[in-house]
Design a protein around this ligand. Structure first.
Ligand code: 4GX
Length: 247
């Protein structure tokens, strides 16, 4: 997968490419990354990328010509790639979208600053408009990093086995079960006994129960969307009966 980021702050990506799983994915050539300076496509002597909005008002808008130049050049170099504009007006990013994007050959990620980009860019040169959440950032760069991060870890071979991504939170519509590691006693707090038992079947049952209960208590909205199997319904019913007997 090829990621080309278009930004006026390409240096923001240097530490991002240089650490952890992203770094390893680059080293293993599972992803190819570049951050391109939109300023390099500005025609004037001062390489201006923004201008005042037509109709007046405060704030600046990214000029269309440098952006169009940068996008067209990136498309030429990665003709298979889809172009994404990071914007609060976009579809809100989630794990299902990350999975779809992970199947693509390449992504050109357009990072806007200021009040946004000239609307004609979004209309004509962008395949997807994506928001990473309902809050306002100072620029699309952090949004692009989040998208690259979430997509990269789904590319086959990037995480240890492909098991790791399969057992994720959200992969099956539930939150992750609780995790514990040594020491067995941490400041007087123990570890669920079953996890020390070596009974793999019981451990799997406990983990499913943990996932379901955490989802019910912390993110019950996720359960509304999920198609539950028989075992999951059985566990939820069991706890429902426990609670009902208390009230
Ligand atoms: N998820 N921002 C982009 C400027 C902008 C506005 C409109 C294009 C169109 C954001 C988010 C986000 C702030 C990045 C405004 N660019 N991006 N920027 N939430 O808040 O992705």
């Amino acid at each position: 997968m090829k990621f080309v980021v278009l930004t006026i702050f390409p240096e923001m990506f240097d530490p991002f490419w240089a650490h952890g799983i992203i770094r390893k994915a680059i080293e293993d050539q599972r992803i190819l990354t570049s951050a391109v300076n939109i300023r390099d496509y500005a025609a004037d002597r001062h390489q201006v990328t923004d201008d005042r909005p037509y109709g007046g008002g405060s704030g600046m808008v990214m000029k269309p010509e440098p952006l169009a130049g940068a996008i067209r050049d990136a498309v030429q170099r990665a003709p298979q790639a889809k172009t994404v504009l990071l914007s609060p007006q976009g579809r809100v990013f989630n794990q299902a979208m990350a999975q779809e994007l992970a199947a693509l050959e390449g992504l050109i990620l357009v990072c806007g600053r200021y009040e946004g980009v000239d609307e004609r860019i979004a209309d004509d040169l962008v395949d997807y408009e994506i928001s990473i959440g309902d809050f306002v950032l100072t620029g699309g760069e952090l949004a692009a990093m989040i998208l690259v991060d979430a997509v990269t870890r789904l590319i086959p071979g990037v995480l240890g086995g492909d098991k790791a991504a399969e057992t994720d939170s959200f992969a099956d519509g539930l939150l992750e079960h609780a995790h514990y590691t040594r020491p067995r006693d941490f400041e007087g707090r123990g570890v669920p006994e079953v996890l020390l038992s070596g009974h793999h079947r019981e451990i799997e049952n406990w983990r499913l129960e943990s996932s379901l209960m955490r989802t019910l208590l912390k993110r019950s909205d996720l359960l509304d969307k999920k198609a539950l199997n028989r075992q999951e319904v059985e566990i939820l019913n069991k706890w429902y009966r426990v609670i009902k007997n208390l009230i």
